[in-house]
Design a binder for this molecule. Structure first.
Ligand code: ADP
Length: 320
């Protein structure tokens, strides 16, 4: 806008200087004629300057420059508005995401804290509290503390992974060993529900962080068991193709409604099937899983049919 105004000012000043020169020449010629001096120009060479036309030309010039400047100022203002909006959009989305995260986290923290507080208050008010009642109270308190601890661990893990964008110290790993470890961690839960875990992984090798990949497959296996019916079957299959290692974690459990699959990797998202809400969890597992897969430059997706089961497919790069 400043450049346009400056440019217009120079154009106007230059053209106007010529107009003034013509007018001055005309005035001098008139004065000489009036005082009987020989004319400045001969009548033949004297330019025919019409003051009305000069005034009109000057006003036309001013109007044109004014319009051009208005168009430029309007255009720049509009472009500035849209560009600023586009530049700010990711920041606004990030702030909105952060606010949502803080409010969801506070909500999840409040539930066990409220239950803890009210139980302790009721217990303290009861002057005749027996030892058995006190034990029941402490056991219930412990459950809330365990839940709070699990939530804080998940939050910490997620924020730690958010910070990592690229890991240079990936090692060559055996998928079988990683899956074996994940099965070991989740076997207690599987035993309680009498769920059989079938593993079909050959000598597949992959590259990555052992601790992160163990966490990834523990989350997927834990979900497959959690959302399976008792006495169900969970299958883990590993294959390789030219570019990728593919791992499939399948169950024949409650499944997920197709409509909510796009939100399943969002933080704190829990599919609203009644069974899913009855199961322990905060909706952070799959967000952590997605973050780990992103760090490993892989992909993760879920195919599911409600009441029939789900298959999570993880694709990771082959070792170099
Ligand atoms: P959490 O299991 O702690 O609720 P996740 O982020 O691991 O959180 O999963 C988000 C939601 O996705 C779960 O609440 C559940 O509704 C759904 N989900 C994940 N895995 C499965 C699965 N294998 N079968 C059915 N639903 C699943």
């Amino acid at each position: 806008m400043s450049v346009s105004l400056l440019f217009s000012f120079f154009i106007y000043e230059n053209v106007n200087r010529d107009f003034r020169r013509f007018e001055r020449m005309e005035e001098i010629s008139d004065e000489r004629e009036g005082s009987g001096l020989p004319p400045f120009h001969t009548r033949r060479t004297r330019p025919m300057i019409n003051p009305v036309l000069v005034a009109q030309a000057r006003s036309h010039l001013l109007t044109s420059l004014g319009i051009v400047n208005l168009v430029i100022i309007g255009g720049s203002a509009l472009a500035g508005y849209f560009l600023a909006g586009r530049t700010l959009q990711p920041i606004q989305e990030m702030v909105a995401g952060l606010n949502r995260f803080v409010s969801d986290a506070s909500h999840e923290l409040r539930t066990p804290l409220t239950s803890l507080r009210s139980e302790i208050e009721v217990g303290l008010r009861n002057k005749k509290l027996t030892l058995t009642e006190a034990r029941t109270l402490i056991t219930s308190n412990l459950e809330d503390v365990v839940r709070l601890q699990a939530l804080s661990n998940d939050l910490l893990t997620l924020t730690q992974y958010e910070k990592i964008t690229n890991v240079k110290t990936f090692e060559k790993l055996s998928l079988e060993e990683i899956i074996h470890r994940a099965v070991k961690i989740t076997q207690g839960l599987a035993k309680n529900k009498h769920i059989a875990i079938h593993v079909n992984i050959g000598g597949v090798m992959l590259q990555g962080s052992r601790q992160q990949l163990e966490e990834l497959f523990t989350i997927l296996l834990d979900n497959a068991i959690k959302y399976s019916h008792p006495k169900g079957v969970v299958t883990l299959t590993g294959t390789t193709d030219h570019h990728k290692v593919n791992v499939f974690v399948s169950d024949r459990g409650i499944g997920i409604d197709k409509k909510v699959i796009p939100f399943i990797f969002d933080r704190f998202y829990r599919a609203d099937t009644s069974r899913s809400k009855q199961t322990d969890g905060f909706g952070l597992g799959l967000s952590i899983a997605k973050k780990i897969v992103d760090i490993h430059k892989g992909s993760i997706e879920i195919e599911s049919t409600l009441r029939q089961g789900s298959t999570v497919t993880v694709k990771l790069p082959l070792p170099k």
